[in-house]
Design a protein around this ligand. Structure first.
Ligand code: ADP
Length: 166
C-alpha cells in the first residue's frame, strides 16, 4: 500500500529518499536544499561527479549523514502550462526512481511532491500523476511513501487515492 505521510523527508529512515533535484545535481533550494543540509557536504561532492541529470531521469548516491541509506536524485519538469510534455516527464521521474531502487534491491522508498514547489506543477495534478506511476511499482516495495510537506498537500493525495477507489 502507498503511504501518505506529512513531514520532513530528511528524517525518514528508509532505504532511499528521492530528491527533487535540478539538472546540475548541485544543491538548490526547497527539498533539495534540505536534503543536502541533512546529508552534509559529501553529498554535493558525490553528485558533482555524476555528470548532471536530464529531466525525467534519475541517479543514485549514498545517503551520507541522512538516516536514509541512499538518495535518488531526479529532475522534475518545470510547469509551462501543460503543453510541453510535463505530465510524461513527471511520470518518468517516478518510474525511473522506482526502477533504480528496484535494480538496487531497495525495499523502502520515499518521494517528495516533485515539481510542485518552485517548478510550479499544479499540486492536485502532480499528486494524480505520482500515484498513477507509483501504483505500478507498489508490489516491488515493502514501503512506498509519499512524503507531503503540509497537511493540505497530503489531503490532495488522499483525495486522489479515494477517487481511484484504492
Ligand atoms: P521543485 O523544484 O521540484 O518544484 P521544491 O523543492 O521547490 O522542488 O518543492 C517540491 C515539493 O517539496 C514542494 O511540495 C515542497 O513543499 C516540498 N518540500 C520542501 N521541503 C521539503 C522537505 N524537507 N520534506 C518534504 N517535502 C519538502
Amino acid at each position: 500500500m502507498i503511504e501518505i505521510v506529512v513531514g520532513d523527508i530528511t528524517g525518514l529512515e528508509v532505504d532511499a529518499i528521492v530528491n527533487a533535484a535540478n539538472a546540475s545535481l548541485m544543491p538548490g533550494g526547497g527539498v533539495d536544499g534540505a536534503i543536502h543540509r541533512a546529508a552534509g557536504p559529501e553529498l554535493a561532492r558525490f553528485t558533482a561527479t555524476l555528470g548532471g541529470c536530464e529531466t525525467g531521469e534519475a541517479k543514485i548516491a549514498p545517503g551520507f549523514g541522512l538516516k536514509a541509506r541512499h538518495v535518488i536524485l531526479t529532475v522534475g519538469p518545470i510547469w509551462k502550462g501543460g503543453q510541453g510534455g510535463e505530465e510524461a516527464l513527471l511520470a518518468s521521474c517516478y518510474h525511473n526512481s522506482c526502477r533504480l531502487a528496484e535494480q538496487e534491491k531497495l525495499r523502502s522508498l520515499a518521494f517528495p511532491a516533485i515539481s510542485t514547489g518552485v517548478y510550479g506543477y499544479p499540486k492536485a495534478e502532480a499528486a494524480r500523476v505520482a500515484l498513477e506511476a507509483l501504483r505500478q511499482h507498489e508490489a516491488n516495495f515493502d514501503r512506498l511513501i509519499c512524503c507531503c510537506f503540509s497537511e493540505q498537500d497530503a489531503e490532495l493525495y488522499r483525495k486522489q487515492l479515494s477517487e481511484a477507489g484504492t
